[in-house]
Design a protein around this ligand. Sequence first.
Ligand code: UTP
Length: 223
Amino acid sequence: MKLVISLGGSVLMSDFPECKLMKDFAEEIERISKNHEVFVVVGGGKVARNYIEIAKKVNANNVLCDTLGIGVTRLNAMLFAIHIKSAPKEVPETFERALELSKLWKVVVMGGTFPGHTTDATAALLAEYVGADMFLNATSVDGVYSDDPKKNPAAIKYEKLKAKELVEIVSKGEAMAGSNNIVDLLAAKVIERSGIRTVVFKGIPGNIEKAVLGKVSGTWIEP
Ligand code: UTP
C-alpha cells in the first residue's frame, strides 16, 4: 500500500531534547517500509508553539507565526530522516518533490508546506496528491472525541465517524497559528473530498504498525 502518516510533533518530539522515542518510531517506519511505500509528515510540537508564542508577544501576524512553525516542522523532519536509513536526507518542500523522491526511496519525510494550516492538512493533501491507499494520523489523543477529553471528562470517543461528521466536529475549533485541534479543518475537508481511508489514533510506538493492519484502537473515518 501507499501510506501517508501524519506524525504529530507533540508525539515524535514529546521527549525532546532526549528524543529516544524518535529511534523507536524510525525502526517502526523502516519495518513498515519493507512492504509499503511510506510518506511521513512531521509536526512541530512544543518547540514550534514556543517560537510562535514569542513572535506573538511582539505582534507578529499569523502568516509570520505559521512560517516559524513550518521552519520547526522541517527541522524535525530532517532530524527524523537522519534516523531512517531508507529515507533521503532531504526534506521536500513541495508535494511534487516528495513524489519524485518516493521513486528512489522507500520512505520520504517532510514537514509543513505553506501558512494557514497544520501538518495534518499537509499530510491529508499529500495523501490526495500521491493517491495514498491510507492516511494514518498519529496524535497525542487516542481518537476523535465529542469534546476535548483533556478539559471535559464526559467527552465520548468515536470508534467510527463519517468524514462529514468529522468536518462538523472540527468546525467548532479555532484556526490560529499554533492552535491545538485534534485534526485541523482543512485536513478534515480534504479527508472528506478525497474519500481516503483514514484513522486517527494515539501515536505511541507500535500503534502505526497496528493501524496499517487495521487493528489499532482509534477513530476510523469512513467516506
Ligand atoms: P503542527 O502541524 O506541528 O501543528 O504545525 P500542531 O497542531 O501544533 O501539531 P503537533 O503539536 O506538532 O502535533 C505547527 C504550526 O506550524 C504552522 C502552523 O502555525 C502550525 O500551528 N504550519 C505547519 C503551517 O502554517 N503550515 C504547514 O503546512 C504546517
